[in-house]
Ligand binder design. Structure first.
Ligand SMILES: [Zn+2]
Length: 290
């Protein structure tokens, strides 16, 4: 059932995976080898319009006052894929034919779709998405009158690359090429202007480009996953094994020394990520330095 607040849809903020996991924990029915709930991990990316403004001259436009805005920028398309599923989906301004005929810049349907997807996810994965994609979606959702999104765990592969690695560039295309997992599709010149002028084929081309980015994003995520420190812990969904990827091929490898406790240290043989037990080893010191 979809509830409505002030006439706009209000989606259930607890994903079905979370509900299944909570039910498992509540009823205490975790059994070894059972099919356990998994987090819903959403890979996503959006394509946005240019900002149309009116200027007197092409020169000296370091700052353009908001009073020169001709029409608001908008989200042209969004693309996504759920972890564990093959299909890459997309939504664009073309998908609501009635609205598109009236105004090719009307992104209500795109925003509504993306708002629901993000509301349903346990984890969202994007490239530079904390600074760009998620803020764009929240902003356009606010403009259209949708309720605020719930807090959602996020993995931003741009942030991971920047914080943990020392790459020549942190762009998705560069990382994909360097790690041998693919590249972005090159866009044709003038594609954005054609989209904004109501060229349907240009929107379709944009969607193709958008979907390719999501495919590349997942492959880059899989390469960077061992470096994601704040990755959601799959054990919270009733799973055992590696907290990042869920594999049970884990190996005890030494100990992790915190300030006053010693923990068993583990490495996942599937994703190569490191983690530690939550319980300290017995016989841990009673003292710590000041
Ligand atoms: Zn793993």
């Amino acid at each position: 059932m979809i509830l409505t607040i002030l006439g706009v849809p209000c989606y259930n903020v607890e994903s079905s995976a979370t509900k299944r996991a909570l039910e498992t924990i509540r009823t205490g029915t975790i059994t070894e080898g059972a099919q356990l709930a998994k987090p819903r991990i959403l890979f996503y990316d959006i394509e946005t319009s240019l900002q149309p403004v009116a200027v007197f001259s092409l020169l000296h436009n370091d700052y353009i006052d908001p009073s020169s805005i001709l029409s608001e920028r908008y989200i042209i398309s969004g693309s996504w894929k759920w972890e564990g599923e093959k299909e890459i989906h997309a939504v664009s301004v073309l998908d609501d034919a009635k609205r598109y005929r009236k105004n090719p810049h009307d992104d209500y349907h795109v925003v509504k779709t993306l708002h629901k997807l993000l509301s349903d996810a346990d984890v969202i994965v994007g490239h530079n998405s904390d600074s760009f994609d998620k803020r764009w979606i929240e902003t356009r959702a606010l403009v259209h009158g949708f309720p605020a999104l719930p807090p959602i765990a996020s993995v931003d592969t741009f942030k991971v690359a920047k914080a943990r690695l020392y790459l020549n560039s942190n762009k998705l295309d560069y990382i994909g090429r360097l790690l041998g997992v693919g590249r972005k599709i090159k866009t044709t010149s003038g594609l954005w202007l054609r989209v904004m002028n109501g060229d349907r084929q240009a929107v379709r081309d944009m969607v193709r480009y958008n979907k390719q980015d999501v495919a590349l994003l997942e492959r880059v995520y899989l390469k960077l996953r061992p470096y994601v420190a704040n990755h959601i812990n799959r054990a919270l969904f009733g799973g055992g094994g590696c907290p990042r990827c869920g594999s049970t091929k884990i190996q005890s490898r030494g100990t992790h020394k915190a300030i006053s406790k010693v923990y068993r240290r583990w490495q996942c043989r599937a994703c190569s990520g490191w983690f530690k037990s939550t319980m300290a080893e017995p016989g841990t010191t009673q003292y710590r330095v000041l």
